[in-house]
Write a protein that binds this ligand. Structure first.
Ligand code: ATP
Ligand code: MG
Length: 247
């Protein structure tokens, strides 16, 4: 599944908000087809990292490459072409509350493609089936549980057939059984669509269950990266403490 080819590269990325230095020389290579889990404590910059990759937040210095192309040097229009390759599952699910489940999933297809209404409808139904929520297309987001919202958000993210999916805390705030369902969906999405995935989380169990590789971020940098086995045997004190979990 995972190749040796780098699809995403963060090179010496710095980002501050006023005097809050969040990323301080972040270097990270993501391989095509892998699920890379980035672990780190709350506030360390995980969401900021994903938003920089999506072009939602500008970096201060350094570069981000997608498929060998520097994101920051692209014109808006070409950036959009690259961004189209990326689907994102936001920490808050971020569904449009005034649209039905079906309209949420259809949204980008209606806005950005020439697909016909019945084709779009088929994609909506197919993706709702994929996330195991058939028959929910006419519900409003307010009628859904937290776990269902995450699944609809995933159906929306994959409707576009992205090559890359970013998951921001996909299981945080969910009960363990629902979290397991989401973790299985992350795996199933990788297997069925061959996508490259970055999952950021501070939940160890979730990270272990989906990761091909784990990376740990602390003080603005990746301080450890490797297989679960390699990272579990890290000599780094922060990694050891973090993996030991709360006392
Ligand atoms: N738009 C912004 N403006 C100012 N500060 C920001 C902004 N976005 C993030 N920050 C700050 O950057 C730091 C990192 O935030 P980020 O949301 O990336 O953390 P995180 O690792 O995702 O945490 P969590 O696990 O709680 O989601 C925090 O100190 C946060 O307050
Ligand atoms: Mg976050």
């Amino acid at each position: 599944m995972m190749s040796n080819e780098t699809i995403i590269k963060f090179q010496d990325v710095y980002k501050s908000f006023d005097d809050n230095e969040v990323l301080k020389g972040l270097n990270l290579d993501i391989k095509r087809g892998e699920t890379l889990v980035v672990l780190g404590r709350s506030g360390c910059g995980k969401s900021v990292m994903l938003k920089i990759l999506l072009g939602l937040i500008a970096l201060d210095s350094g570069q981000v490459f997608v498929d060998g192309v520097v994101m920051s040097e692209l014109a808006e229009s070409s950036q959009y072409q690259i961004r189209r390759k990326i689907g994102m599952l936001f920490q808050s699910s971020a569904l449009f509350d005034s649209l039905t489940v079906g309209e949420n999933i259809a949204y980008a297809l209606v806005e950005h493609t020439n697909m016909k209404a019945d084709e779009i409808r088929n994609v909506v139904l197919e993706n709702l089936k994929f996330v195991d929520l058939p028959g929910t297309e006419n519900l409003m987001p307010s009628e859904l549980s937290g776990g269902m919202r995450k699944r609809v958000a995933l159906a929306r993210a994959i409707a576009y057939r992205p090559e890359i999916i970013l998951y921001d805390e996909p299981t945080t705030g969910l009960d363990p059984m629902t979290a397991t369902t989401i973790n299985q969906l992350v795996r199933k999405t990788q297997q069925q669509y061959g996508v490259t995935s970055i999952v950021v989380t501070h939940e160890l169990a979730s990270g272990y269950s989906v990761a091909d590789r784990l990376a740990v971020i602390n003080e603005g940098r990746i301080i450890e990266i490797g297989s679960i086995h390699e990272v579990s045997n890290s000599k780094n004190n922060f990694v050891k403490t973090f993996l030991a979990g709360p006392k």
